[in-house]
Design a protein around this ligand. Structure first.
Ligand code: FPP
Length: 243
């Protein structure tokens, strides 16, 4: 059996890869009598703060659950507002990402996104491709089960085309057929707003990841909260199933 793709730590006890389920935008807005979209707008400000803070800490990969496969079921106006926000975020922040050496990537069924969103995403990914600092990975129209199904289809295709012998299929080979094939598995998963579930996020990749759940709502999450999560991670002992 091969070893899982575990990733490793960057600096002293700093996770190399952090994944975040950014939850609580709607509740943040409701508590203030504001429309849900205002919560998402404030959530986009948190994204910027957290990317910067991760860069400063020496985190190499940050994966953000920005839009799930299930989020398509939300009211059309909210979906539209989220797509608009994403386009606006990419349009206004790409220059800053280039300046700050951030490399942008995206995972998910990206072809399901509106064409304008795909085009802007493509442009931003291209413009930041040469950057060597933190890699920011946006999970968009992303579902863990969908990713596994797509991975199985990709494996079958490779076998049928004669590129892969089915006897060679193991954990590592399968990992190379997932959207995340270029990245190490997350070391730390953060979920905001206190819910205790995975919500179809990175089901394969989170096998040995440390979880950190906070009641803080995503629009209130910033550098201080990130540092608390990283400090807690530093106190964990990772055994990967050993003793
Ligand atoms: C969950 O809050 C959040 C989302 C479904 C979308 C996340 C999007 C952003 C943070 C903003 C845009 C992102 C980028 C990368 C620019 P919720 O609406 O489920 O909150 P609730 O559970 O309180 O209703």
């Amino acid at each position: 059996m091969t070893e899982p793709n575990l990733g490793s730590t960057a600096g002293e006890n700093v996770p190399q890869h952090i994944a975040i389920i950014m939850d609580g935008n709607g509740r943040w807005a409701r508590e203030r009598g504001l429309p849900r979209t205002e919560g998402h707008r404030r959530g986009a400000d948190s994204v910027r703060r957290v990317v910067d803070a991760c860069g400063r800490l020496g985190v190499k990969y940050l994966t953000l659950y920005a839009f799930s496969s299930e989020n398509w079921k939300r009211p059309p106006e909210e979906v539209k507002a989220l797509m608009k926000l994403l386009i606006q975020f990419l349009k206004t922040k790409t220059k800053e990402m280039v300046e700050r050496n951030v490399r942008l990537q995206a995972i998910g069924r990206l072809h399901a996104l509106p064409p304008e969103c795909q085009e802007q995403l493509h442009r931003s990914v291209e413009q930041t491709a040469g950057n060597t600092g933190i890699t920011l990975i946006l999970a968009l129209s992303y579902g863990g089960r969908e990713e596994i199904v797509d991975g199985v289809k990709s494996l079958i295709e490779s076998v049928e085309k004669g590129h892969l012998d089915r006897a060679m299929i193991d954990n590592d080979v399968f990992s190379k057929h997932l959207y995340t094939r270029y990245y190490p598995d997350p070391d730390l998963l953060i979920r905001t707003s206190g819910e205790l579930r995975l919500s179809n996020f990175l089901l394969w990749q989170l096998s040995y990841t440390e979880f950190y759940i906070t009641d803080v709502l995503w629009p209130d999450f910033g550098e201080k909260e990130l540092e608390a999560a990283v400090a807690e991670y530093g106190r964990r002992q990772r055994r990967f199933g050993g003793v």
